[in-house]
Design a protein around this ligand. Sequence first.
Ligand SMILES: *Cc1c(COP(=O)(O)O)cnc(C)c1O
Length: 379
Amino acid sequence: MDRIYFSRPYLAGMEYTNINASLATTSWHGDGDFTRRATAWLLDRTKAQGALLTTSCTHALELAAILLHLGPGDEVIVPSFTFSATATAIVSRGATPVFVDIEPTTLNVDPAAVEAAVTERTKAVFVVHYAGVACDLDAIQTIADRHQLAIVEDNAHGIGAYLRGQHLGTFGTFGTQSWHDTKNVTSGEGGALLINDGQYLERAEIIREKGTNRAVFLRGQVDKYTWVDEGSSYLPSDLLAALLLAQFQRFEEIQDRRQYVWHSYADGLPAWAREQGVDLMHVPADREQPAHMFYIVMPTHADQDGLISHLREQEIVATFHYQPLDSAPAGIRLGRTPSPCTVSADRSARLVRLPLHAGMSKVDTHRVLEAVTSYRSAS
Ligand SMILES: *Cc1c(COP(=O)(O)O)cnc(C)c1O
């Protein structure tokens, strides 16, 4: 029996062509022709004011933290239920991540918990759109306006995700994307910063280019470039942009394939879920999910282990998700948690992510459905 993997990058067709074309040029560094074309696609898709490809989503978050002048003494509110990178970007500036709990229905940051965690040191809120289902941006925006906080959207899960028709990552001051090979489109590693406030466009380019104004020099707007600000090296090679563009060129196909799997689960699991006391992923009617993941919440922690082992016996790889950051060793040492994140802890102990990638066939999908629905809860 072939193993069904949890996630696999998908060769969509143009990868070798684009990389060979990039290799044939004499410039492999960043900001070449493929970077320009991939960036144009991203701007067109998201309608963000500005977009910069970066070496990772983590680096895009760091770039946002630098642009917001975060530093020692500053606090940034983040959900406990997220990947370490959302918090390391804050810690990298010497600022303190303040962990808050999530809402039980979407597993996104709970606006009431955000409000309760605001102090005079709070500078920003880093939200995550879990599974590419938008968090309660209206409520977060209201709180941010009241306390003058910047919003950064960690939209690593949400390329192709919308709230009321607007692409995620374009609501806050900044949005960040990931092209890691576990995400919907990938260049192996990679990311992007979406910029939704024009005043940051120029400085973002400078910080990404080792603190130099090289980008304006390359556009011929100044006659030499020089070191003008702090910065780092956050721009990917044009070879990686060539790979990324290949995936963008087949985005509809990738998404169709992923949506087939997602909808097969959503259509095939409800009867079993009701019987077994399992909760399925919920998508509110005003939000469009991007088939990044399909998760289910088992009745108990024993059933989380039970289902994962039951699937493994049938050569199907499923996984739990997110050890809450507030209780992680570095979270305890480097962050602050004003009140217990009980929903995060509970969901972390019961959540199972099912296999979902563009390379899954219909037969694979139905094999997963059969295997899941043959599981009986131990409780
Ligand atoms: C994958 C992921 C990241 C990190 O992305 P990289 O591109 O690997 O740095 C950050 N946040 C979330 C929520 C993610 O899922």
